[in-house]
Design a protein around this ligand. Structure first.
Ligand SMILES: Cc1ncc(C[n+]2csc(CCOP(=O)(O)OP(=O)(O)O)c2C)c(N)n1
Ligand code: SF4
Length: 263
């Protein structure tokens, strides 16, 4: 039997609750960074939320952005040190509610950063408040009778918005609810990082993840709830596939030609 090597970037056991999705995604990101030889050339920008627990065992360089400012800080890192890999790691409350503007602006500019958003359908660290990704009818501490979509709107699908921006390099939504999907997610993480390293531009990978603690469920029922309620609403897959840098340059040239009447 062969044992799998733990990436150098993971230097202690994780500290998330049992059944939490964060640890799995952290591990995949660490594996991909190491595989690509960037474990000493990466700056991780962490959002405010349970993602901050990564600092307890992350063996690489990192900073913490003020709530919602992850994409803005990761942009600053990239501008100052374009030779480094700049990754933002955030929760849905951080990236999609408080920091929606920063998230969309970085994507809209096609800034070459890789953004990973853990969508666990709530603001977890602060005790399970409703987020814009909270499911219809979902009970949270601020929707104790279940989310009423007539009053608060339907869950937001940010990757679908970002995938509509013309020059964005890569957008995908993965999940950690099964081994098969974890394997597929590893490919999405690698694509996102490679899109930055090859100069194609901005990438966003949203990851659907369980938060058994704030959902008030055991691990098994949390995974079942994901399959029954969350996955039918948040479709998995690549929403914007990578194009080669040349392909992107051709798109830009074509749009420049058409905007000046083909002259
Ligand atoms: C500007 C600002 N607003 C609110 C907070 C409080 N706060 C800290 S963590 C957090 C929840 C984060 O939720 P999310 O981004 O979804 O991450 P999760 O904990 O679910 O992984 C909130 C609201 C803060 N620190 N700063
Ligand atoms: S509160 Fe939820 S998101 Fe935070 S560590 Fe626990 S299970 Fe994970």
């Amino acid at each position: 039997m062969t044992s799998k090597k733990i990436p150098r970037l993971v230097n202690a056991p994780h500290v998330f609750c049992p059944g939490c999705g964060h640890g799995i995604v952290n591990r995949l990101i660490a594996e991909v960074i190491e595989e690509l030889g960037y474990d000493r050339k990466t700056i991780l920008t962490l959002g405010v939320g349970c993602s901050w627990n990564m600092t307890r065992y992350w063996g690489g360089d990192f900073l913490q952005a003020a709530h919602g400012r992850g994409a803005a800080c990761a942009t600053g890192v990239k501008v100052a040190r374009p030779d480094l890999l700049s990754i933002a790691y955030q929760g849905d409350g951080d990236a999609y509610v408080i920091g929606l503007s920063e998230t969309l602006n970085a994507a809209y500019r096609n800034t070459p950063i890789s953004v990973f958003v853990i969508n666990n359908n709530n603001f977890a660290m602060t005790g399970g408040q409703m987020s814009w990704t909270t499911m219809p009818g979902q009970i949270t501490t601020t929707s104790p009778k279940g989310r009423d979509v007539k009053k608060t709107g339907f869950p937001i699908r940010v990757p679908e918005i970002v995938a509509g921006f013309e020059n964005v390099a890569y957008v995908a939504r993965g999940s950690v609810h099964s081994v098969k999907e974890i394997r597929r997610l590893r490919g999405y993480v690698k694509n996102a990082v490679e899109a930055q390293l090859s100069g194609e531009g901005y990438s966003l990978v949203e990851v659907l993840a369980p938060c058994p603690t704030n959902w008030g469920m055991n691990v098994e029922s949390a995974l079942n709830w994901m399959k029954e309620e969350v996955l039918p609403y948040f479709a998995l897959g690549e929403l914007r596939e990578r194009r080669s840098k040349n392909g992107l340059e051709k798109t830009i040239e074509a749009s420049e030609r058409s905007s000046c009447g083909g002259k």
